[in-house]
Design a protein around this ligand. Structure first.
Ligand SMILES: NC(=O)c1ccc[n+]([C@@H]2O[C@H](COP(=O)([O-])OP(=O)(O)OC[C@H]3O[C@@H](n4cnc5c(N)ncnc54)[C@H](O)[C@@H]3O)[C@@H](O)[C@H]2O)c1
Length: 417
């Protein structure tokens, strides 16, 4: 059976998923819709025999022609899009699956609304957190399964994701995106840390989060020169409404079965002025370890100053590449490296069998809870206790200061270079 995808959003991530889908059987891209007509994506779909790739003017017009809806549009339109889909299903449209890119919502009330709508219409869900599906992590876990069974599970995981900053203005605007780099990329590292510590074959929520502590900072993009670049490039004003470009923290987990305690450290930044996107993950267990670095590739090229004038496109080499000369790491198959192929395969198999994917919307909600707890910790300079019912209740309605556009109350803005 072939599943017909209908993709909402015609930007960066949709293009990445199309590259992944050229490597996946059993999925065709039947429909596309976006704020502006996604002509280039439709051409890519047809050129690569991915499906009919029909462009629809609205979500409502596309729904009767697809089995699975993939919401790849910006964070600020998630809930409205889900309301439209839920209304159509109530009116009789039949869907086999719903996909939402990370983050599930900008805060708990948005994420909870999305979970509630999906459950009300009883459509299986997939929360797309690609990094869990990365072959390098999956292989490490499988390879170490015997050792972990004999010696004990990993007790420390460290995960970081860094690049030099997002490609579009809305990501930088904390009120539209939900915050800065912690909202945008913290969700990846929080998920990776939790998953790595979880014994192979166990439920992804077996480890129960106990506490979160975090720091946020505006270390590069608050400086005058960089603030004015943001204003020129994206019309985003970090003097008035800044967001964090650096965040780090620690989550403590307790194994619900054994009582064992483990810790996951995360670091994210938009100030990594090196080759481009770097994912760095390691895990330490008693007597064994794993380490993965997405910038290590068997393929390197070198472009000297004399040849640099002929270079066309830095992002050909690597996502968020900032340089087109010197020694460059090349990742020939980034869509596969970052887990996009495998998360689509997982969704295909789950929806074909009428069930949720490995990571469902409820799991996405838990990642939002951890992200909100990290903001709360940074704001209050305290460890947030996730075993305390009053704290859990407070997180349900909590909107971080930065997301409210009040980042100046927390982040340091430098007035001179
Ligand atoms: N998993 C990852 O690593 C990863 C990477 C990048 C983005 N994302 C996620 O994917 C989502 C989209 O990010 P992106 O990088 O593609 O953004 P983008 O800005 O490149 O593209 C967004 C697209 O959505 C369209 N759009 C805007 N408002 C819309 C609306 N109301 N309805 C339908 N379409 C609308 C825009 O025209 C544009 O085509 C975000 O939620 C982001 O967090 C995930």
């Amino acid at each position: 059976m072939t599943l017909r995808y209908g993709i909402i959003g015609g930007g960066f991530i949709s293009q990445f998923h199309l590259r992944a889908l050229t490597q996946v059987r059993g999925i065709e891209v039947a429909g596309l819709t976006s704020r502006t007509r996604p002509e280039a994506l439709a051409t890519y779909v047809r050129d690569n025999q991915l499906g009919a790739g029909v462009i629809y003017d609205t979500v409502e017009a596309m729904l009767p022609h697809v089995d699975v809806v993939a919401i790849f549009s910006p964070n600020f339109c998630r809930v409205a899009t889900m309301e439209i889909i839920a209304a159509a299903v109530r009116d009789g449209i039949q869907l086999r699956g719903l996909i939402v890119e990370k983050p599930l919502g900008r805060n708990m009330s948005e994420a909870r609304r999305i979970v509630d709508l999906a459950r009300e219409i009883a459509v299986p869900t997939a929360y797309f957190e690609n990094q869990i599906h990365m072959k390098m992590l999956q292989n490490a876990r499988t390879q170490l399964a015997g050792v972990a069974a004999a010696m004990g599970p990993l007790t420390l995981a460290r995960s970081s994701e860094e690049h030099a900053g997002p490609h579009n203005g809305w990501f930088w605007d904390p009120t539209q995106q939900g915050g800065g780099v912690l909202s945008d990329m913290g969700c990846h590292c929080l998920a990776v840390g939790w998953y790595l510590l979880t014994p192979l074959g166990s439920d992804v929520r077996r480890l129960v989060p106990q506490s979160v502590s975090a720091h946020v900072g505006l270390l590069k993009w608050g400086l005058p020169k960089w603030r004015s670049e943001l204003l020129d490039r994206f019309g985003v004003d970090y003097t008035a409404t800044p967001a964090e470009d650096f965040a780090t923290g620690m989550v403590t987990y307790k194994d619900a079965t054994t009582g064992a305690i483990s810790k996951a450290q995360f670091t994210v930044s938009w100030m990594y002025d090196k080759q481009g996107l770097r994912l760095l993950v390691d895990g330490l267990g008693p007597g064994y370890a794993l380490e993965a670095n997405s910038l290590r590739s068997p393929l390197e090229i070198f472009i000297g100053d004399a040849a640099a004038a002929r270079v066309a496109d830095a992002e050909m080499a690597l996502e968020k590449a900032t340089s087109s000369q010197g020694l460059l790491a090349i990742q020939p198959n980034e869509a596969d490296l970052y887990g996009y192929t495998d998360e689509n395969i997982d969704a295909r198999d789950a929806f074909t069998e009428g069930r949720d994917a490995l990571l469902n919307f409820e799991y996405g909600l838990e990642i939002v809870r951890l992200t909100m707890a990290a903001y709360m910790s940074a704001e209050t300079a305290r460890v947030v206790d996730l075993t305390d019912p009053a704290t859990i209740a407070a997180l349900e309605t909590y909107i971080p200061l930065i997301q409210q556009g009040r980042g100046r109350e927390l982040l340091h803005i430098t007035d001179s270079d």
